[in-house]
Write a protein that binds this ligand. Structure first.
Ligand SMILES: Cc1ncc(C[n+]2csc(CCOP(=O)(O)OP(=O)(O)O)c2C)c(N)n1
Length: 794
């Protein structure tokens, strides 16, 4: 189709701007000197380590230049997400051309000296990484680990009705599971309250050394696939720059006007039909405009252009001339003056101020972050007249607090809860008293809590939940991800990337802190009553604690009041990943709200009412971390008190797992003195832990009393069975804990041995009972702290 969207003059300038960006992309990979090619290239101008990715860069430079035009034409509030973020130099180069880069890094000035530094620093020790890393202004998505660009983009536009995210999806990236599912995000977008995502599938045909699937299906099949996902694809295809500029410009006009029309229909005319949002398929050669043939092999339009198409000229002499010709093909003398300034006619093609994609505040979310309005969590407290009273399940109580967090921030529209279809299952039903699940696909009369606009985001993809939430947080809002504990592992790697992002951005003064990524892991390992072994895996925290201490926090509140206190803290915190593990099943309450606040503020502490060492040296420390281990520990303590009353027992409860680490390793870590005061220097410690027991050793191996810490936890034993039997299967139950004490405290003597035998009999009786009755023994079910009669093991 012949169009004339661009005047000849504008077309020339846009092509020149693209050439300038391409020149910078090549220069960053290769040059450490001679940035304007004022003299012939010499070996000394070339970096020794040639690192980076060329193949994706020219396509992304092309896209960026064209987005600049529509931003100006339509005064768009737009940011750019680069799925193939490995082409980092493209974004660095474009933000340099538009001036936003030099504003953040004045040393990289827009002149010859700055150009030289720009080239030198890229993929260079002490410089910047080769991806669209946090150091790159305008980036909310590094794109190192492929697959999350669309999810991040959707997260960014939720509750940002004026924002458009131009999301470049690599055709290789599109093969990943998360990306393949992310196309469905269009069924979760509210055209009234949310902004728009413009996906641009970068169909450059190849990955590292393979073709891409989407490039090797027919045009028709790809068109049908994308339509099947609910999009209207517009194809821009070819390799002839002039024709491609015109096609891209015309198509961008079309899609932007379509986006605006959809939004107008929904916002002004109240049309509630789910729209088919437009998207672009850019089919252009990989390594476009680069060397066509190198050492007799085709490079442009092939996988060979993925990284560095020309090798180090020191060992490949012919490559120096090829490189010089390649750089000169962009005619840099037409683009930059002798001082290295971009030709002003080209410079004015870029948008101005915050409309520049490198300076858009949405891409530095902390700038826009407003505190949440939080109700007083103490108002949701459970009354605990004495420790051990029965409760309805901790997350159900938390749900009421979260409901009111939603309510209070309804106007600010800056808080959402994300989950893979588990918000109800995880006990947060109270949320639906005030909001709905956002859903723009069809609904049936029997559906529950679905609405076009809602603050709960549910899709059965942990990847989408995580990606959406990250995008939401990175653009300056707040949120919570609730998930089954076992399946949060699905996003282990996404968590990694986000934690890395937080670590790096914390060290960049111009990046403002964002709100924390909060995980609520309910439906945990110990209570998988109707699911069993597949749903039993508490290992996410083993994974989390690998990350930098300044970024990660892990909380295991033992009861509802502690959970409220912890969650309040997490929602106020900044720039962390907070993992909170809590139960949803009926469970005892131990602490009044005042006690809970004190305990959670300390993060760890002795429970004096459960201890009988009365401030003297104990014979044994019973430590517990997690709701179920706390229950079993207290039940064990009550057995000890009844049968071995002379034994001095100290109960230590841990809410903040990082307290166990040495202070040198984690800012929350206890000093060695404080640790010794709690756990003693030489007494046995029986530690009942929620997760895999080895983690306790990993965290405490440097402590004085480490040799005497005996940790119990989940040992990968599980099935569908009773709640108590789960603890028995893993030796975490009250009877095993008492036996552990007897085995480690010699002074229990004959009395201890007799008790041990009784407890072994009890364990036998327990097995027989559950196999016959299908539920736990009454003395287990009805056990309550402080109520002696049912406690007797005899
Ligand atoms: C999850 C993940 N798996 C593998 C890689 C290694 N990798 C880096 S680039 C690349 C090919 C990407 O192809 P595409 O998305 O089409 O990007 P482009 O062709 O634009 O470079 C691969 C496999 C990665 N970065 N992330």
């Amino acid at each position: 189709m012949k169009t004339n969207t661009l005047s000849p003059d504008l077309l020339y300038k846009m092509d020149a701007y693209w050439r300038a960006a391409n020149y910078l992309s090549v220069g960053q990979i290769y040059l450490c000197d001679n940035p304007l090619l004022k003299r012939s290239l010499a070996l000394s101008d070339i970096k020794h380590m040639l690192l980076g990715h060329w193949g994706t860069a020219p396509g992304q430079n092309f896209i960026y230049a064209h987005l600049n035009r529509v931003i100006k034409k339509y005064d768009l509030d737009m940011i750019y997400v680069s799925g193939p973020g490995h082409g980092g130099q493209a974004l660095v180069g474009n933000t340099y051309l538009e001036g936003s880069y030099s504003e953040v890094y004045p040393d990289i000035s827009q002149d010859e000296a700055g150009l030289k530094k720009l080239f030198q620093q890229f993929s260079f020790p002490g410089g910047i990484p080769s991806h669209v890393s946090p150091e790159c202004p305008g980036s909310i998505h590094e794109g190192g680990e492929l697959g999350y660009s669309l999810s991040h983009s959707f997260g960014a536009v939720f509750d940002n009705p004026e924002l458009i995210v131009a999301c470049v999806v690599g055709d290789g990236e599109a093969e990943t599971g998360p990306l393949a599912t992310a196309w469905h995000s269009n069924k979760f977008l509210d055209p009234v309250g949310d902004g728009a995502v413009l996906p641009i599938l970068h169909l450059n045909g190849y990955k590292i050394s393979n073709p891409t699937v989407l490039a090797r299906i027919s045009h028709e099949e790809l068109d049908q696939l994308l339509r099947g996902y609910g999009w209207t694809p517009y194809f821009v295809e070819g390799d002839e720059p002039v024709l491609m500029h015109e096609a891209m410009a015309a198509t961008l006009n079309t899609v932007i006007e379509e986006i605006k029309a959809i939004q107008h229909e929904a916002r002004v005319n109240g049309n509630t039909t789910r729209p088919r949002w437009p998207m672009i398929v850019l089919n252009s050669p990989k390594g476009w405009t680069g060397p066509k043939v190198v050492d007799g092999k085709p490079v442009e339009g092939s996988f060979r252009s993925h990284q560095v198409p020309l090798s180090d000229p020191a060992s490949h002499p012919g490559h120096l001339e090829l490189l010089e010709n390649w750089l000169k093909s962009y005619r840099p003398q037409e683009l930059f003056d002798q001082q290295g300034h971009l030709n002003p006619e080209l410079a004015e093609l870029a948008p101005e101020g915050q409309r520049r994609m490198g300076a858009n505040p949405h891409a530095n979310g902390g700038l826009l972050l407003r505190d949440l309005r939080l109700p007083d969590f103490r108002d949701y407290a459970v009354d605990v007249p004495s420790p051990g009273i029965r409760g309805i399940g901790d997350t159900h109580i938390l749900g009421r607090f979260l409901r009111d967090v939603m309510k209070l921030n309804d106007e600010q529209r800056n808080f959402r809860i994300f989950g893979p279809d588990e918000t109800l299952s995880n006990g947060l039903e109270a949320l639906f008293e005030t909001t709905q699940r956002q859903w723009d696909a069809a609904t049936l009369p029997n559906d529950e809590f679905l609405a076009r606009s809602g603050r709960v985001m549910e899709v059965l993809s942990e990847h989408q939940c995580e990606g959406w939430l990250e995008g939401y947080l990175l653009t300056g809002r707040h949120g919570l991800f609730n998930s089954y504990e076992a399946f949060i592992h699905i996003v282990d790697s996404m968590f990694n990337q986000h934690a890395k992002w937080l670590k790096v951005t914390a060290g960049l003064p111009w990046r403002r802190k964002i709100s924390s990524l909060n995980y609520l892991l309910a439906s945990h390992v110990w209570r998988q009553d109707h699911n069993g072994f597949t749903h039993q895996d508490p290992g996410f925290i083993d994974h989390v604690v690998n990350k930098k201490a300044e970024v990660v926090r892990v909380y295991l509140p033992p009861d509802a009041n502690c959970l409220l206190s912890v969650m309040d803290h997490c929602l106020r915190s900044r720039h962390y990943v907070n993992v909170v593990i809590a139960g949803k099943h009926p469970a005892p309450h131990w602490l009044s709200m005042d006690e809970a606040v004190r305990h959670c503020t300390a993060g760890i502490g002795v429970w004096p009412w459960a201890s009988n060492d009365n401030g003297t040296a104990p014979d044994v420390v019973m430590a517990c971390c997690g709701d179920v281990p706390t229950l079993e520990t207290l039940a064990a303590v009550s057995i000890l008190r009844e049968h071995l009353p002379e034994l001095k027992v100290r109960v230590v409860n841990v809410v903040d797992l990082m307290k166990l680490q040495p202070q040198s390793e984690h800012p929350h870590g206890l000093s060695d003195g404080d640790f010794d005061n709690l756990f003693t220097r030489e007494k046995p410690v029986i530690f009942a832990f929620h997760a895999y027991p080895w983690l306790i050793h990993r965290l405490t191996y440097r402590r004085t009393n480490h040799d005497n810490i005996h940790a119990r936890g989940y040992k990968e034993e599980g099935t569908i069975t009773t709640a108590f039997d789960m603890t028995v299967l893993n030796d975490l139950d009250r009877f095993h804990l008492v036996i552990d004490v007897i085995d480690r405290v010699p002074q229990t003597g004959e009395k201890g041995l007799a008790l041990k035998q009784q407890l072994k009999d009890k364990l036998f009786e327990h097995k027989q009972y559950i196999n016959l009755h299908g539920q736990d023994m009454p003395e287990i079910r009805n056990w309550q702290w402080g109520k002696a009669p049912d406690n007797s093991p005899a």
